[in-house]
Design a protein around this ligand. Structure first.
Ligand SMILES: [Zn+2]
Ligand SMILES: [Zn+2]
Length: 288
């Protein structure tokens, strides 16, 4: 299977350009876990160029504490050199490693177009589209006290509705290829009494956009204790014939290809026999 969503940097300070040896070790580890292709998809906000040229367009909201937490989160993880990152991945690919040049494009409110303008300069194989931010709230960072407390300030249905609207804006922009962790709004375990209207809408958005959807084991490591998409959303997407990738969202070596047997069983249960990889953003069907 593919591992189309992985990171070289954990969520902590430090953004050294990956070396060939590091990427070779990643590919070796992933291959041993049954992975055939690895996409390295570092978060866009980790690169100085994005911070300088894109984040000024960010439409912040919320109280001063929330905005300060957002700024702190970005500054803590910043420092990457986008040119050097892409060059390192191109070089590793040219030398024969089974990896794809990728990036995780966080939907930053107000900044979708400026983000795309920068990314268009680079030869990415795949751009993942993600929603982690609702205004200045990094809702999936439930380990941060300020962000975790915000769950107490907002009704769950309101959060899910805002999340789905953000996914719609991102998906219909055409700036990314794969929707990553499509229902990550459940990550902290906060779910509406009836999630089905939200899942119906997410499925409609995916079909209208023509995007692929990632099937990810990462949710099994989180408080929601469920892969992405949820079983019922996955049913809807599979029935609609949506293209899929598979992913671990690894941030450490041990997580490349993580829980892929279990993930494979979910694909089997829905008759998903082929996946979609990408070459310079052109989709390519691959057997599982
Ligand atoms: Zn993500
Ligand atoms: Zn990620």
């Amino acid at each position: 299977m593919l591992d189309m969503h992985t990171h070289v940097w954990p969520h902590e300070p430090g953004t050294p350009t990956p070396t060939y040896d590091q990427l070779a070790q990643i590919c070796e580890t992933a291959t041993a876990a049954g992975v055939t292709e690895v996409a390295i998809t570092e978060h866009c906000h980790r690169f100085e160029r994005i911070i300088d040229e894109v984040l000024p367009y960010w439409e912040h909201d919320g109280d001063a504490t929330l905005r300060a937490a957002a700024a702190n989160s970005i500054v803590t993880e910043s420092g990457g050199d986008l040119d050097a990152y892409v060059s390192a991945l191109v070089d590793a690919q040219d030398r024969g490693l089974p990896l794809l040049i990728g990036i995780e494009v966080d939907r930053i409110p107000g900044a979708i177009e400026p983000m795309a303008a920068v990314l268009d300069e680079y030869p990415f194989d795949v751009r993942l589209g993600s929603v982690h931010w609702l205004g200045s709230w990094l809702f999936d960072d439930y380990g941060n006290l300020t962000f975790a407390r915000e769950w107490e300030n907002r009704p769950v249905d309101e959060v899910w509705a805002a999340y789905v609207a953000a996914i719609e804006e991102l998906a219909m922009s055409g700036t990314t290829d794969v929707l990553a962790h499509i229902d990550v709004v459940k990550v902290a375990g906060r779910r509406p009494v009836d999630p089905s209207p939200y899942e119906d809408r997410l499925a409609e958005i995916v079909v209208a956009s023509g995007m692929a959807v990632e099937v990810s084991s990462a949710g099994w490591r989180k408080p929601c204790d469920e892969f992405y998409p949820s079983p019922t959303l996955f049913d809807r997407l599979a029935a609609a014939g949506v293209p899929f990738t598979t992913a671990s969202d690894a941030h450490v070596l041990e997580h490349f290809g993580w829980e892929y047997e279990r993930l494979g069983a979910e694909l089997d249960a829905r008759g998903v026999t082929e996946l979609t990889s990408f070459d310079r953003r052109v989709p390519r069907k691959v057997p599982r």
